[in-house]
Write a new protein. Sequence first.
Length: 656
Amino acid sequence: MSNPSENRRNVGIFAHVDAGKTTTTEHILFESGRIRSLGSVDSGTAVTDWLDIEKERGISVRAAATSYVWGGVRVNLVDTPGHVDFLSEVERSLRVMDGAVLIISAVEGVEAQTELIWSALRKLNIPTLLYVNKMDRIGADAGRVLEDIRRYLSRDLLIVQAPVGSEQDFREVNDLWRSEADPGAQQILIESVADKDEALLEYYLNGDSLPLDRWKAEAERLSRSGAAYPVLFGASARGMGIHALMDAITAYLPGPGGDPEAPVSGVVFKIERDKTMGRMAFVRLYEGSMRNRDVIRNHTRQIQEKITQIRRVEGSRSEDVGLLEAGDIAAVCGLAGVQIGDILGSPEAIPEEARLAVPLLTVQALWEKEQDYRGVVQALQELSDEDPLLDVQWLQDERELHVKIMGQIQLEMLTSLLSSRYGLNVTFSQPSVIYKETPIQSAEGYIAYTMPKPCWAILRFLIEPGERGSGVQYSAVVRTEDLLPQYQNEVARRVPEALQQGLYGWEVTDLKITLVEGQHHVWHTHPLDFAVATPMGLMNGLAAAGTRLLEPVLKFRIVVPEEFGGRVMNDLVQMRAVFGAPELRSDRMTIEGRVPLAESLEYPVVLGSLTKGRGTILTSFDGYEECPADIKAERPRRGVNPLDQAKYILSVRKAL
């Protein structure tokens, strides 16, 4: 019996914004017969762009799952957003894909998000096809794009097609595996295949001949293993190159594997709410099978829940399929307690996760009517379930709601969703940069929480600065006879929570914390005593160590006409940027470097105005770095400061 996974593919379509992902998806669905008429991104009729804001703006803001059948193979296709503001959707989709199509515009070439996605694809070793789209547009240049790909992405390419013409003269693509293809281009392709395999290379160098279909089979093997990357060309808006791309997806990308008879192992990568079905968890199943009315164990939450329905979703439409098998993707209904990232069943088969999205801005939600307050709280908490990186902070005492965001377009999406789904008129404050704090030096933090009784918790922490980007490293070297394991576990659980606000009100990171002393009392200690004591002990240590601010830094690439180069470099110096020597190509100057986010928030608008739209800036997050000493950025503390121990104890005991 044939392996069912060979007749299935899980493929994500990725690209920088406006490279043509949704248009390509729409044409694939049309050519496969999945839809009867072509939708359009510009007119707001694309199947996978069904949210109001997607129709209005002509961009994808949510990853949309769809499927089609081609040559007897069912393909689960996920159309992901291209705008950097929705990188979290891309991140979650990457985790559950077995193959990828990375679309690159023949006009713009390799852009910032293209590089970011490529790095994640390589980290997870996801086999990838490169599809050069928009070959019919003015400015399309296949040679320049291939040069960009080799420079910024990889040199391990298999150029399996030759485009005929470009711009308005683009006519078709020739398959280089056909016997009548251009001999020179075909020879280069065969050499590219031979170069990836020592046995084949030796065979080739000896002058031995292999049939063309054998070389193609070797190319497919290399691509499916992630050792080489086929490159195709097309013009999706005109349907050119789509058939060949669909053939390539089934030929060059691997099946998912997995055994339907094995114990269940799956991951939740997306959550949506349906008006009829309620909460729907999109699950990629790696092993086993799920059926309607099965009881499934949520390994992450340590709970069991019953499946009511398993549905296949197509944009705004869905149907009950009743069964989800290993290697497939579907929406599972009935799991009320599930969250994005939860593992269902066994964790053994679940791959690692790529972390791409880091929210660098924070805003406060503002509502017009006092009676909307509770509704806004509930709505934003639901939206945070669908995108955990929003990290909604509800300050009940201050009656404030704060949300972390990636950028302005995401704010527009939130405003639109709150209006269309919940009927709420909500605005947001101006975005402010999210800083962090880190210890300046090593110090000890001590707390003896023994009054007012009954209570008893004594803790001593050693706090040390960590490597930049290392996060929080916690360990304990306390004897269990001095501090029982359950109390030590309570301390460990409270450390991340206690570090959410440092001396300046920002999250504390890049530090090592060691619990070096701890005591409990046989009669007076309650487990919650350590929940109270941990923040006081840590803040005592941070006050002794002192903290310095860290600011987010962006990696940038600016391309401008040479005449504006001097002005741009002067601007960069004013923004505290660090950059290398500019590179001249034709009459355009390319400048690459790093710049603090806080200094460059408005610069894309400035650059566009300066160059009359002829300059471009591409940016991506490149980590946190120490702020200069003269930068002051303090955030009002939420709640009582644990350094004010008497008042803090009263507040946690609800006695204020």
